[in-house]
Each structure stands twice: as structure tokens, then as C-alpha cells.
Design a protein around this ligand. Sequence first.
Ligand SMILES: NC(=O)c1ccc[n+]([C@@H]2O[C@H](COP(=O)([O-])OP(=O)(O)OC[C@H]3O[C@@H](n4cnc5c(N)ncnc54)[C@H](OP(=O)(O)O)[C@@H]3O)[C@@H](O)[C@H]2O)c1
Length: 359
Amino acid sequence: MQPTVNMTPPLRQKAAVVGENGTAVLAEVNVPKVGPGQILVKVIAAAQNPSDWRTAKGVQATGAVLGLDYAGVVEEIGPDVPVGLRYVGERVCGFVKGGVGPTGAFSEYLVGSAQLGVIPIPVGWPFEDAAQIGVAALTAIQALWEAHKDLPTPLAPTTTPLPILVYGGSSAVGFYTVQFAKLSGLRVLVTASPRNFELLKEYGADELFDYKDPQVSQKIKAATGGKLKHAVDMISEAGSGNIIAEAFGEEGGHIGQILIYPSPQENVTVKFTLAYDLLGEDFETPRPFKATPEYREHSEKVVKLLAEILALGKVKPMPKLILPKGLASVQDGFDYMTSGKVSAQKITYRITDTPGVSA
Ligand SMILES: NC(=O)c1ccc[n+]([C@@H]2O[C@H](COP(=O)([O-])OP(=O)(O)OC[C@H]3O[C@@H](n4cnc5c(N)ncnc54)[C@H](OP(=O)(O)O)[C@@H]3O)[C@@H](O)[C@H]2O)c1
């Protein structure tokens, strides 16, 4: 059943907000007002990222609405949105910078850019699956094609299967990176826990390696004959950079990283990318960023590329774990994630599962 779109949004709503000590609590807050270049979205489902709890704990903006990833329906279009870009009733998904201010994805209504960090929901994807696309898929695009300048895309795949290492393939960003790399014609080597090997093969992994194996680098190096030069590090901590560097051949290689660490070796270069940069706004945390017109233009291209890749109809959602009480379950989701239990699954919330929220 299609969710209903109210022509007049309510003034108040339920949302998961930052509570004491960076916890997540259910609260009643104002529905945000749509501004220039923005849309108001009725959120149907939201998905959790490590950034949600990290921002809650790190910034501690008490009362700020949490949540980055969403899927929902456009309810209102603000001023200065190019005609024809969005329409009321459109099914959209994407992400916003939650946890720092009056709007976020863990709410009944959010405001976000009408153009950046948002795409139409791909055909056939339910809201619960579409909610996971925003951060993970856009970060995958950045790590593959912003951090690396010489890799093919699914729109023009190579017939020469150049090897690429996706370190942390069973993470959310990893699932999308593996799929995008495979659709680009690459030979996709992936690290994960062995319990996720078979699953990752279904998503396009060619060869799998256990990252806890002390010989993992040597095994990857042997499998690629010392010719590996491209890697994307979807974990970017716990020594991942060293494992990757040791898997490269004599000439070294280049790593697209999603948390910052210094180059682990002289002949290894690293490039950090951050999904927030794509939103076209200046910000200070997790590191200062100035949204230049050039980067904004790049962000528009990234969003277009994502929509085009998904429109090929060949990408599938990763498994999800829907927590039972909607926005009232966010703290449980934080606890589950911070205790290291997330493995090849996307924590997802249906907004109407929240006590006191009606369909
Ligand atoms: N730069 C950005 O814009 C950006 C965007 C999104 C995320 N991130 C960061 O990227 C990281 C991943 O985010 P996510 O949402 O994709 O994570 P996630 O889905 O929560 O990651 C869970 C997965 O990580 C794997 N894992 C944990 N430790 C590992 C290790 N040492 N080596 C290899 N795999 C390991 C686990 O694999 P197994 O279960 O198979 O062991 C598990 O499946 C987080 O640190 C996040 O903050 C950055």
C-alpha cells in the first residue's frame, strides 16, 4: 500500500534525538520547515550507520534529531528548487547530516537538499531496502571513483578484469562497493569473515579472504601475482591499511580510505573521502569542509551516477535487521552496533513501528 501524503504537514512529530551522554531517546519535536533548495520528506524507513552513534557521542548536541539514511515520500518542495527536479509524492531515498541540528532521518519528517544526497528510489525497491542506499552507496562511489581516477564504472565496464581489493566487503559500504566493482568488470578480491563468504559471492565477490588470517596479505599477493595496485578500505581501522599495503606488489598501490590514516608504506598512497562532503554544505566535524561550487558540481555528478547505476537494475540490497519498535529502538540499535554484533546486516527502522506514530 502506498503511504499517504498529507498536503499540510503536522507541526509536531516523534523523533529519536540525542539524549544525555550521547544516547538516543524518543522525543516530540517540531517538524522542520523547508528552506530554499530543500524538500520536506515524510520518512517511511530509516537505516543506521556508525556515524549515528559516533556523532551522538562525539558532538553531544543534546536534542538534535538523529539519523542520516532515509527513504520516504516528498511532501513539500521549498523555494528555489529547479522546476521538474522533484515532485510531491515522489519516492526518494538518500541521506542528511543528522545528529547535529533540528532535522535528521530518525523522524517522521525531515528536510534535506532537493538535489544532493538524494535520488529516486530504484524501481522495485521497498522503502525498508531503499533506506540503506544513501550513505553506503554514495561512499562506495567516492571510494571507487573519487579516490581512484583510473577505474571503470558499470556504465562503461572494462573487459580487462583488473584486480581490486575490497577490504571489509561485508560492511554496508562494502556490499555496495563489491557490487559496483563487479559491474565495472573488475576482478573483485574481498576480505570478510568466512561466515559471510557465500553471501558475498552472490553479490559479486570473485575471491574471498579471511581478514583475521595472519597470512591474509600474502595470500592476496599470491592470488594476484604481485600485480594488485587498487584497493578500497571499507573499514579503515584496526590495522587494515597495513594488511592492504602488504598485499600490494613491488610497485605499491593506492588505497581509497573512509576513515583517515597515514600512508602505511612509502610506495602506498591513500585518499580519504567523506560522504558528508557531497551534501553541498559547509561543516566543522568530523573535519572542517568548505562546499565549493566545483565540489557541488562534482556532487551533482555523483548523485546522477548513482541513479544511473541503480537504474541498470542489477544492484540488490544487503540483508537488513529491522528492529521492532521503530524510532523507540534506536538506542538498542546503537548498543547492538557498538558491541560489534553487526555482521553483513543493515539495522533498519520502520517509522510506523514507533509507539504513538500512526500510518
Ligand atoms: N567516509 C565516509 O563517508 C564513511 C561513510 C560510511 C561509513 N564510514 C565508516 O566506515 C566504516 C564502515 O561503515 P559501515 O556502515 O559500512 O559498517 P558496518 O556495516 O557497520 O560494518 C560491519 C562489518 O564490518 C566488518 N568488520 C569489522 N571489523 C573489521 C575488520 N577489522 N576488518 C574487516 N572487516 C571488519 C564486519 O565483517 P564480518 O562480520 O565479516 O567480520 C561487519 O560485517 C565505519 O567505520 C564508518 O564510520 C565512513
